[in-house]
Design a protein around this ligand. Structure first.
Ligand SMILES: C[S@@+](CC[C@H](N)C(=O)[O-])C[C@H]1O[C@@H](n2cnc3c(N)ncnc32)[C@H](O)[C@@H]1O
Length: 232
């Protein structure tokens, strides 16, 4: 596992290549508190999500259909690593990035050879154009909107023209920290569809589809985004 930025070093990993920039203050509190909440409840999270290595979210399938067969995919906020495992089984080359150490450690136990990076989405430690696609399932939801806007721009730089972004967002109006319910203490940003559409376009992406879906796995209304970096 590779470590990006400060904190505990990763066992058996080399340093991430790239800028190594420290994440800016924008969204710092949300990132730290959210990762802390996941770390405190890692066992609960893993019990619920970690064992589902056979799930095939439709959005992920749609995005892979427009990627090369041997595409290099960034799983942004990879959690317990279930999508890393299913992508690896299909022969995609995957890099998982997550801020929560115990979730990465679980992903490592389940997939010894996966490429895993502990890092913050707000400060991506990769060279431009290294990924063919980005898969961000329920991860950008944890950044405040200004940080999402910046991260969308950074992700645009990580793929070549034609590169793909598939991401899920929570639809709604009020953003803030969860005070009760499943894994409280996490930050959630909630978007109106037109607002998200504007943010994605402003970051340079061409939207292929942006759909409101009622997710069977995750409660509430979600916005499923499939976008592409325009060809030059
Ligand atoms: C709801 S889980 C989704 C995990 C996985 N993508 C899935 O679909 O099961 C959100 C993930 O985002 C990660 N995360 C939250 N904030 C982050 C940040 N600032 N940088 C990197 N990862 C972050 C959490 O640690 C957690 O693993």
């Amino acid at each position: 596992m590779t470590k990006s930025g400060g904190g505990k070093p990763a066992p058996g990993g080399s340093r991430a290549r790239g800028s190594g920039a420290t994440a800016s203050g924008v969204g710092r509190k949300a990132a730290i508190r959210t990762a802390g909440a996941y770390a405190a409840q890692a066992k609960t999270f893993v019990r619920h999500w970690g064992r589902r290595s056979d799930r095939q979210p439709r959005l992920l399938r749609d995005s892979l259909r427009i990627c090369r067969r041997d595409a290099v995919v960034l799983d942004l906020g990879s959690g317990a690593g279930q999508d890393i495992r299913s992508l690896r089984r299909k022969r995609y080359r995957v890099v998982g990035l997550d801020l929560t150490w115990p979730l990465l450690a679980y992903a490592r136990r389940r997939s010894r050879r996966a490429r895993l990076v502990q890092g913050d989405m707000r400060s991506l430690p990769f060279r431009s154009g290294v990924f063919d696609g980005v898969w961000a399932a329920a991860s950008l939801i944890h950044l405040p909107k200004p940080a999402v806007r910046t991260t969308l721009r950074d992700l645009h730089g990580l793929v070549p023209p034609g590169g793909v972004l598939a991401a899920t967002f929570v639809q709604g109006r009020n953003s803030g920290f969860l005070r009760a319910g499943w894994i409280p203490g996490r930050f959630f940003s909630r978007w109106r569809k037109a607002e998200l559409e504007g943010a994605v376009r402003q970051a340079g992406w061409a939207i292929i589809s942006l759909k409101t879906v009622a997710n069977r796995e995750r409660k509430g209304r979600w916005l499923n985004l499939l976008a592409r970096r325009p060809a030059r």
